[in-house]
Design a protein around this ligand. Structure first.
Ligand SMILES: [Zn+2]
Ligand SMILES: [Zn+2]
Length: 170
């Protein structure tokens, strides 16, 4: 009699549902463990971060002008889906620390970033579209501006105006 009662218990729709649900959950967990073992999961994350970093680096080196983090993020997300601004800032910070990327700080606008391998040059800031452009080379005789006895260590030149795109749109 006891056995029959137990059969009846096991046979109830609710109990079967419970048991089956548990079996399904168990097998899903097993599959997850098989599919994403911890080492391969971390390999996957490392590979994904490397892809993100590569995409950011590619954007920086293929650009003809310095870019903001947001501009880099927009471009990089074309090749790596789901790349976020926080990831871009983190990667850029690391690349600046490692000397790959140069931080370009022009007063009044957001920080820009460029390939640190670029030789000495200056910038043109378009006051209409706020884009920053590279100018090739430098001016001769800058140190002639210094009074007698002064020594120049470094300098920055920013020329302000309207870029060709904004001039032709006007
Ligand atoms: Zn412009
Ligand atoms: Zn210069």
């Amino acid at each position: 009699m006891k056995l029959r009662r137990r059969d009846a218990e096991i046979g109830s729709v609710e109990t079967i549902e419970k048991v089956v649900t548990q079996m399904i959950i168990r097998s899903r967990i097993d599959n997850l463990i098989l599919d994403y073992q911890l080492p391969s999961m971390s390999n996957f994350l490392v590979a994904y971060r490397t892809r993100q970093r590569d995409a950011i680096w590619q954007v920086v080196i293929s650009s003809e002008r310095p870019l903001t983090a947001q501009e880099i993020c927009n471009e990089a997300s074309r090749s790596v889906e789901g790349i976020g601004i926080a990831t871009v800032y983190r990667a850029l910070k690391q690349m600046v620390e490692e000397g790959q990327v140069r931080h370009v700080d022009v007063p009044g606008i957001q920080p820009h970033y460029e390939n640190a391998a670029r030789s000495h040059h200056h910038f043109f800031l378009c006051e209409q579209c706020k884009r920053l452009f590279d100018l090739a080379g430098c001016l001769r005789g800058i140190s002639n501006l210094l009074p007698e006895g002064y020594r120049m260590k470094r300098h920055e030149i920013v020329i302000y105006g309207d870029c060709d795109g904004c001039v032709s749109r006007a």
